[in-house]
Design a protein around this ligand. Structure first.
Ligand code: FA5
Length: 343
């Protein structure tokens, strides 16, 4: 019987080695270990042996069975891996190719000109020690008006026509709403900028949109004066335009600054000769600013006898228009990708 077992083992190992696929390997398994398999029959006949012989042969038969099973397992995994590699070789796709029926790759997106200029301005100010703050687009009356020294029924509320929500809140009309939120977060001395989208319920024309972008800036320290304000404004414009641009400063009224100014830039669309963007005046309102009103500092929990500051609200869309010679602000929201792809 021992010889028979050795013969079954040798023959089976040979067959396993010769199996070219999983199907023929399974045939080998059934032929030896199946219900009528050669080894199964031997195992069944063990009971006919004398007791002392039965123990020895039983052990041998089990060893043979184990060897055959191990060899079957090894061959199964080798054939499976080979099958997968074969499949990969036959059935692969190049994901970088064009989709069937197309000849061009889809155009890749790029940063919108407003975002790009916003990031540039953030870099300019962070390099001057400013930190960047954020605020919500849907605001409360408190942060947008009251905390900025514009109480209910104050005529200055009419300067910025407002989109109100049904629950008495509003879409912020200016990034100045970030000022008092900022003062609640950082303590003086501080320098902050807050870029964001703002909304006004107004008729659009070449230089007015109902949805546009501003960058608010605020610096609070001891003894801040108008000359600090002018220094930072000039620095900003020099960095943006990479040259000295003609500006003018005139008095401007905003309840949250005192004194307040309008900083205008010589219209770079027409060179100052007059066009629809500058309303034929040769100047574009770009950067209202001023020294922070004591009541606003108080709203932010800051003592105006100890601290003073300046603030400004830059109109981002108009700045981009000046930089690239864009003659109508409505292009920004037109949804025409030909406009955006120029930048
Ligand atoms: C304000 O919004 C003030 N919060 C700015 C400010 C901040 C003053 C801090 C003092 C201190 P104004 O409404 O002028 O001010 O708007 C600021 C800038 O946003 C304008 O100079 C202009 O560049 C831009 N802007 C205003 N209205 C529109 C509009 N409808 N469309 C496009 N840009 C606009």
């Amino acid at each position: 019987m021992e010889e028979k077992l050795n013969a079954i083992l040798a023959e089976t190992l040979e067959k396993i080695k010769g199996s070219a696929d999983l199907k023929s390997l399974d045939d080998v398994r059934v032929g030896v270990l199946g219900r009528k398999g050669s080894l199964t029959l031997v195992l069944r006949s063990l009971g006919e042996l004398a007791p002392e012989e039965r123990g020895r042969m039983g052990k041998k038969a089990n060893e043979v069975k184990k060897q055959i099973e191990t060899s079957l397992d090894e061959r199964t995994s080798a054939l499976s891996e080979a099958g997968i590699s074969e499949l990969l070789k036959k059935d692969w796709i190049d994901v970088t190719l064009n989709a069937p029926g197309t000849t061009r790759r889809p155009a890749a997106g790029h940063i919108h000109p407003i975002s790009r200029l916003q990031y540039e301005i953030e870099d300019i100010f962070t390099s001057m020690g400013f930190q960047i703050l954020d605020g919500p687009e849907a605001e409360t009356e408190h942060y947008n008006f009251e905390a900025l020294n514009i109480p209910k029924h104050h005529p200055a509320r009419d300067m910025q026509d407002t989109f109100w929500t049904e629950d008495g809140n509003l879409l912020r009309t200016h990034t100045s709403a970030i000022q008092v939120r900022g003062m609640e977060k950082v303590r003086p001395p501080f320098r902050v900028v807050g870029p964001g989208r703002v909304f006004r319920y107004e008729t659009t024309d070449a230089s007015h949109e109902n949805t546009f972008y501003q960058v608010e800036g605020m610096m609070v320290d001891r003894d801040i004066s108008v000359s600090n304000l002018i220094f930072f404004m000039k620095q900003l414009l020099r960095e943006i335009f990479k040259k000295d641009v003609k500006i003018r400063l005139r008095p401007g009224f905003f309840p949250f600054v005192e004194p307040g100014f309008e900083l205008d830039i010589n219209c770079l669309i027409c060179g100052g000769s007059g066009c629809p963007v500058c309303k034929q005046s040769g100047w574009v309102e770009l950067l209202p600013c001023g020294l922070v009103h004591p009541n606003v500092l108080r709203s932010g929990g800051i003592d105006p006898d100890e601290w003073s500051g300046f603030a400004f609200g830059l109109g981002l869309n108009r700045l981009i228009m000046m930089r690239y010679g864009i003659n109508d602000i409505r292009h920004f929201l037109s949804g025409d990708v030909r406009f955006v792809y120029q930048f």
